[in-house]
Design a binder for this molecule. Structure first.
Ligand code: GDP
Ligand code: MG
Length: 399
């Protein structure tokens, strides 16, 4: 069966967590396949709100959730999220590919030291060590999950890296290196022991089960954070492009059903270009009404209008078949809305009604529908759902 891929068409935080939670019941298995604990998804179930960084958002549904090889694992964060799910009394059926790389404390030390040395040219890294873990992965110096769970191998690999990393922090970046080898080693041996039961060859499992099971693939971050096609160097250190799901999971070339998630306005966390940014009261309005704070960083997200040329480009390179539009409710109350096109801004009259309890498309204010229909026309694929609030039930289907 053709897998469905959920991908963000902006700078992440489009509401993928909610969408995956919404759609999870239609699938047997969901796979998270890129990034690390620098990605945050918010999942709201009833009165409980959970923030996942590594755990696939669908874990709350008691279904099989998998983490593919291109996710770098911070074992401490992974274990915290496993505990969170277990405490809710939800049965956890989690598989982690043994090829996943481990984020180690020296990656965090390097990350912090590197940002500190950059001054004004900071990329806005959170210091979580994700980029440096990907650097080691590419450079063949990394430690994989399959090695984390073997204490003797782990010691060797850690030893081979340790002094080089220390010298880089102290000599190249001229920062402190406060870590002790034996302490880190013991801590990570313990993590390995706890995570060993979850190891599963995700690539092979997926290939084996594709003919009979329905797979949902979830991308972390968004298109414009792709380290090649996004706003480099203000990006993450890996691909977030939809088609990267194939090598990132370990699948042969195949067609996917690609669902692009678009927030009804634009946000971005951290530094880098943002042509439609609103450094005005309207920007503050979106920020406050949309609770635009980073799930991981807690930083205020920068807010602005939609940017059609970027969205069209993202949609085309992602091969989207349909769109889910989120956070439309946040735009209520504005007098005029704008969308940037290649020629300039197009203005739309706003709507004043609260739409967060609307259940049907034809009950939305006419100006609201006009805004959505314009977008749909410009992005060439159907907008199948419109989301008007964080709750699963605050979703309007257009089928
Ligand atoms: P992700 O990274 O794409 O999964 O998105 P995040 O979870 O980081 O950020 C999206 C935020 O918007 C979360 O706090 C969601 O609960 C919230 N959210 C999702 N959909 C909607 C919506 O339609 N309306 C409103 N008001 N909030 C939403
Ligand atoms: Mg997020």
């Amino acid at each position: 069966m053709k897998p469905t891929l959920i991908t963000g068409l902006q700078w992440g935080d489009e509401g993928k967590g909610k969408v995956i939670d919404l759609l999870a019941d239609k699938f047997d298995v969901t796979i998270r396949f890129n990034g690390g604990n620098n990605a945050g998804h918010t999942v709201k179930v009833g009165d409980t709100t959970l923030h996942f960084k590594l755990m696939p958002s669908a874990a709350l549904h008691g279904k099989k959730v998998l983490i593919a090889q291109a996710v770098v694992i911070n074992p401490k964060v992974m274990l915290q999220e496993i505990d969170q799910i277990k405490q809710l009394g939800v049965k956890l059926d989690l598989g982690i590919d043994p090829r996943c790389h481990v984020v180690l404390p020296y990656h965090q030390a390097l990350d912090g030291a590197s940002e500190a040395s950059k001054g004004k040219a900071k990329t806005g890294s959170l210091g979580l060590g994700i980029g440096f873990s990907f650097e080691d992965r590419t450079n063949r110096a990394g430690i994989r999950m399959e090695e984390l769970v073997q204490p003797t191998v782990l010691r060797e690999k850690l030893k081979a890296n340790w002094d080089l990393k220390k010298r880089r922090v102290v000599n190249a970046y001229q920062q402190q290196f406060p870590l002790q080898f034996e302490k880190v080693y013991q801590e990570y041996v313990a993590y390995g022991r706890k995570l060993k039961p979850y190891l599963l060859s995700v690539a092979e499992y997926t290939l084996d089960h594709l003919p009979k099971k329905r797979f949902l693939l979830e991308t972390a971050q968004g298109f414009s954070l792709d380290f090649v096609f996004g706003t480099y160097p203000y990006t993450v250190a890996y691909h977030t492009l939809a088609s990267s799901a194939l090598p990132d999971i370990g699948l042969p070339p195949m067609a996917l059903n690609v669902v692009g998630i678009v927030k009804a306005y634009t946000t971005r966390v951290g530094n880098g270009p943002f042509p439609t940014e609103l450094k005005t009261k309207i920007g503050d309005y979106l920020q406050e009404k949309g609770h635009e704070f980073g799930t991981v960083s807690g930083r205020r997200r920068r807010c602005g209008w939609l940017d059609l040329p970027i969205l069209q480009h993202a949609g085309r390179l992602s091969g989207i078949n349909s769109i889910i539009l989120t956070k439309l409710d946040v735009l209520s109350g504005l007098k005029t809305l704008k969308i940037k096109t290649a020629k300039g801004y197009v203005n739309f009259p706003g709507w004043q009604e609260d739409i967060s309890t609307v259940k049907r498309w034809d009950k939305l204010p006419v100006n609201c529908r006009r805004y959505v229909l314009y977008l749909e026309k410009q992005l060439y694929v159907p907008i199948k759902y419109v989301s008007v609030g964080p709750d699963r039930r605050q979703t309007i289907s257009r089928k």
